[in-house]
Design a protein around this ligand. Structure first.
Ligand SMILES: NC(=O)c1ccc[n+]([C@@H]2O[C@H](COP(=O)([O-])OP(=O)(O)OC[C@H]3O[C@@H](n4cnc5c(N)ncnc54)[C@H](O)[C@@H]3O)[C@@H](O)[C@H]2O)c1
Length: 375
């Protein structure tokens, strides 16, 4: 009957932590309690544990966003409750940081096995081919971004998982209002990435209405981080400019200097996922929300970076990514997220540049002691 807890003594100890207000450990009570009641308590306790600490699987977790999200979620829910997965060979520090498994998003059986064996409650689906990479390999993008999504939707339906799938500014197109872009508007993107993300938003909403699936999605702006290199998106220049500023002092930008796009610092992005996943279902009026933090052009961020690295040289050489950027929102309207679940960003442009320079200066071992820094 008592499986997980080897002895009554162990179980009593655990129940006492679970019900600290109840005097379960009094000797008289211990001797009179019956095994059936104990078993019921144990089941109830395990359900409570689960409800308090979800077991989470992150797909594509070795990308720009996944590693940081795994760290944040592990701090909150416990290391063992977060399973990182991807198809690439993980660095040593990932293996040492907690559970990591191979999982190809196209292999339904393997995913099913993981969900069952690891008793997963939440699935965070980060595997994707991003905008620029997707255009360079359309058949693979269709498989990973569309077939992969079908797999996680079906798994989540079958095992009643809470499912998070990020969307993007790339889910809009030239015919959408661009400044600002509201949640509900025309969505006619012209990249395979954008089309697959609109597909994900609509399929998730369909599964929600048809099967009651707890599907949640946030449309992220371009995300800027110092931890991992960006994964082939159109907003990558806004990460690269910091690396270049602190290494060669020269940056070649593939967008025109006046190209305005919405952006966000990674800490705000990761916090948005954690906060959004915890909002009670009935509080959400939409299944997909825009979230916004700041909006800038290459020349505006370069001006801000030059406050720390005045000698930074920049050349502008627009390539195929310019056309993609020209079809994307310039500013996101995220009033619904702010109203429905209190979304708020912390980092604006000057806060972002300060924290990125601090992080990378530490990494490249460059001292930051003066007001202006000459590298
Ligand atoms: N980074 C951004 O600026 C940004 C902005 C908006 C939305 N998003 C979304 O956030 C999510 C994560 O983005 P990211 O920047 O970390 O992407 P990334 O490209 O850095 O990482 C994606 C990961 O998916 C993995 N992957 C590829 N094929 C796979 C397969 N068949 N099975 C399993 N994994 C596979 C890759 O190995 C990679 O580690 C994506 O869905 C992306 O669309 C990102």
């Amino acid at each position: 009957m008592i499986t997980k807890y080897q002895s009554f003594q162990q179980l009593f100890k655990r129940l006492a932590t679970f019900h600290p207000g109840r005097r379960l450990l009094s000797a008289r009570y211990q001797s009179s309690i019956n095994v059936e009641n104990l078993h019921a308590e144990q089941v109830h306790m395990e359900q409570h544990d689960l409800a308090e600490k979800p077991r989470i699987l992150v797909t594509g977790s070795l990308g720009q966003l996944g590693t940081g999200l795994a760290r944040v979620l592990r701090e909150k829910y416990g290391t063992e409750n977060l399973i990182m997965t991807d198809i690439i060979r993980p660095p040593k520090e990932v293996i040492e940081s907690g559970p990591y498994r191979y999982a190809d998003i196209l292999d339904f059986k393997n995913l099913q096995e993981l969900v069952v064996n690891c008793r997963i409650d939440w699935l965070i689906h980060f595997s994707a081919l991003l905008s620029a990479i997707g255009e360079a390999n359309i058949p693979l993008a269709m498989r990973v971004n569309i077939e992969g999504l079908h797999n996680v939707l079906e798994l989540s339906r079958q095992y009643d998982l809470k499912l998070f799938v990020p969307s993007t500014i790339g889910a809009f197109g030239k015919t959408s209002p661009r400044n600002p872009t509201p949640d509900l508007t025309i969505q006619r993107p012209r990249t395979i990435y954008g089309v697959s993300k609109v597909h994900a938003e609509l399929m998730g909403e369909y599964y929600h209405h048809r099967f009651g699936l707890d599907f949640r999605s946030l449309r992220f702006p371009g995300i800027i981080s110092a931890d991992t290199p960006p994964g082939g998106g159109t907003t990558d220049y806004a990460c690269q400019v910091f690396w270049d500023a602190l290494t060669t002092g020269r940056h070649e930008c593939y967008l025109r200097p006046d190209t305005r796009l919405p952006m966000m610092y990674i800490d705000d992005c990761l916090r948005s996922v954690v906060e959004f996943m915890e909002v009670p279902d009935e509080q959400l009026k939409l299944r997909t929300y825009n979230i916004h933090a700041m909006s800038f052009t290459p020349e505006e961020i370069v001006e801000e970076v030059r406050k720390y690295v005045p000698h930074l040289e920049v050349k502008y050489k627009p390539d195929s990514r310019q056309e993609i950027a020209d079809s994307w929102p310039m500013v996101f309207d995220d009033a619904n997220a702010r109203r429905d679940w209190n979304w708020n960003h912390e980092y604006d442009l000057s806060g972002l540049v300060k924290v990125m320079i601090e992080h990378l200066a530490k990494r490249f071992d460059k001292p930051l002691s003066m007001k202006q820094h000459h590298y």
